[in-house]
Design a binder for this molecule. Structure first.
Ligand code: GLO
Ligand code: MG
Length: 343
């Protein structure tokens, strides 16, 4: 049992494509992915706009909405929800140099069109959450953009989305780098600042992904805590990451169990999920994994969350208080190690 509701995206059943090699697994058709998700305890699907409506660039608004309604029927068939829709502004030729911070007026307008369509799709799927992973909002060549101007342009874009629909909430997924070298919105602190500068801070929240915090050299649990302190943790992407390398999206807890424990602990302690927030599992199957077991990374991540919830339930707050009063932090640290090791 878990106190959380879990979500994942179709991209989490990945084919294993990477920079140095092609696909090693077949694409799992959408409906099959939804079925699989359901079987392993996931209750909501996360969408890129074009996961829901492929080929949307060539469709009218009405056609896009109609297609989204068909997707909703598949969700309904399996009793699944949609958690969010995220405009995929990193794949298209129009967003090679970013979308909301593009130097090209035409490409900027394309990015806004996709953002508005993502809102339309979200409404049809029955969610008011839009996620912005700002994949290319920054630079590869530092001098190619005026950073102050671009950060203001990003805030303007968010304001236009907030105005377009009075009900939507925008969750910014911070990431310091990859695919770009320097991102304009690399941490939860940046997200909170952008939120505060927007026309409706109550509708601009954060999505913290464990691996992204580690890539920024930060602690994922503290990043979650920072957003929680402002009442703005709209979603999380739990996964893991072996230090500052390429973005690995490993199974949750597979690299640092204590970090994972503290993420679950901060979520539990702060009643995360009480307002309908999901625990997203943004993990990638290892490229070495065969087709028929290419979903175990999801299953295992959920299992680790549940096991850590049990550890959190056992956490002895009296003992912690005693250690703090005596300033015996070695004792507290050893207690946590023993708790996690079942010693
Ligand atoms: C990549 C991101 C990616 C986003 C997803 C939703 O680093 O974590 O998986 O979460 O595209 O926008
Ligand atoms: Mg993510």
């Amino acid at each position: 049992m878990s106190q959380f509701k879990f979500s994942a995206g179709p991209w989490n059943l990945n084919e294993g494509v990477e920079t140095f090699g092609p696909a090693v697994r077949n694409t799992v058709p959408f409906e099959e992915a939804v079925k699989k998700f359901k079987e392993i305890g996931i209750s909501a699907v996360q969408f890129h706009d074009d996961d829901a409506v492929p080929n949307m660039n060539n469709m009218t608004i009405e056609e896009i909405k109609a297609e989204a309604r068909n997707v909703k029927k598949i969700l309904d068939k399996y009793g699944m929800e949609a958690e969010f829709v995220a405009p995929r502004l990193w794949m298209d030729p129009h967003t090679t140099d970013g979308g909301f911070t593009s130097n090209s007026k035409e490409d900027y307008e394309f990015a806004m069109w996709r953002a508005f369509r993502s809102i339309d799709i979200a409404k049809e799927l029955g969610t008011n959450r839009i996620v912005l992973w700002l994949a290319r909002e920054g630079t590869l060549c530092a001098e190619s953009k005026n950073p102050v101007e671009k950060i203001n342009q990003l805030i303007d874009s968010i304001n236009k989305m907030l105005e377009y629909d009075k009900d939507i909430h925008i969750l910014i997924e911070s990431k310091p780098n990859e695919p770009i070298d320097r991102s304009y919105c690399g941490t939860i602190g940046h997200v909170m600042a952008v939120s505060a500068a927007s026309i409706d801070p109550s509708r601009v929240e954060a999505l913290l992904e464990s691996a992204h915090a580690i890539l920024a050299g930060l602690d994922p649990a503290n990043e979650m805590a920072f957003a929680l302190a402002f009442n703005k943790l709209g979603s999380v992407h739990l996964n893991d990451q072996n230090g500052i390398r390429y973005d690995q999206d490993k199974a949750f807890g597979s690299e640092s169990l204590r970090n994972a424990f503290n993420q679950v602990k901060v979520l539990v302690e702060n009643g995360y999920g009480k307002n309908g927030e999901y625990v997203g599992i943004d993990v990638k199957a290892m490229r070495t994994q065969k087709q028929d077991v290419g979903y175990k990374h999801l299953e295992n991540s959920i299992k680790v969350v549940k096991l850590l919830e049990e550890k959190v339930a056992k956490f002895d707050y009296e003992f912690q208080k005693k250690c703090v009063a005596e300033r015996d932090y070695e004792a507290l640290e050893m207690y946590v190690m023993e708790l996690l090791l079942n010693a």
